[in-house]
Design a protein around this ligand. Sequence first.
Ligand SMILES: [Zn+2]
Length: 310
Amino acid sequence: MRAALPWLGALSFGACLLAAVPARADYCRTKSCDNQPAYDDVWQTQPDPACQRDNVGCLLQGTPLYWPQTCISFSVQRDGSLKEGIDSDLLDKTVQSAFQAWLNADCGYGQTPSFVIADYSPAVCDKAEYNKDTSNANIFMFRDASWPYPNSEDTLALTTITYNTENAQIYDADVEINSAEALFTFSDEESDTVDDLQSVLTHECGHFLGLSHDPTYGSTMYPEYSPGDLYQRTLDVDDIAGICDIFPPGQTIDRSVCTPRHGFSRECGTPPSTASCGVATGQNSGALPSALFVVLGLGVSALGRRRLRA
Ligand SMILES: [Zn+2]
């Protein structure tokens, strides 16, 4: 199946870039350069050598990804996490709080970024997928049974963005949360916190909205989370500059168009038949790719502390 879809790739950001920490970092937007499958701090250590980065660690090549609409919908998956005792209502509230941090960013003179979020919960579908021929949903979902990606112990969550490689428009975003390994907590006290779900989701919402990692410790988009931390709930100056760049204040917000591409569906799409994805017709061969997966991760060291406790 994977071999039949050569236009799928992955783009991401490396923890190796943290070696040279600048005195003051700026934000990075997600760009469409590194489309090799599986590059990230969570996946492999070396980026695509063709993708040059500046001294902050931002990709130099490629167009910043962006949502084509100013109203963006999300859905939480209806099952929540049975393992962690987190129902879909609690997940929904936490996702809303996470988005609220970005919506409330002060872009100057009391102005906020020009976008709104629409809650289309719950979703029945529990897959991170984009259906190019049918309706979609931008889903936040737990992975209770197992984490289906490398470095399970070091990953708290993963945001997958599907975008058009020709114009950098984001078509779909899905967030998977590693409840198989993490121990999520909701306390406002660091002493009672293990893996703060709101911090994790505020970071993932940054990816969802088009931001990449920021190597400055203290920013929400810092690529790592340490157990007990709460600071990533709150945007720092870099995060605020980033979201105000993506959605400049003062723009018209169209609240009438919030649905995902090709419409909204709570259900997963129908998998393509073998014939439709396995046969390259003359019409398709040589065509430019229409979309790529961008895979972003949040590396953590949470498990070590829990092992010590145990
Ligand atoms: Zn991340």
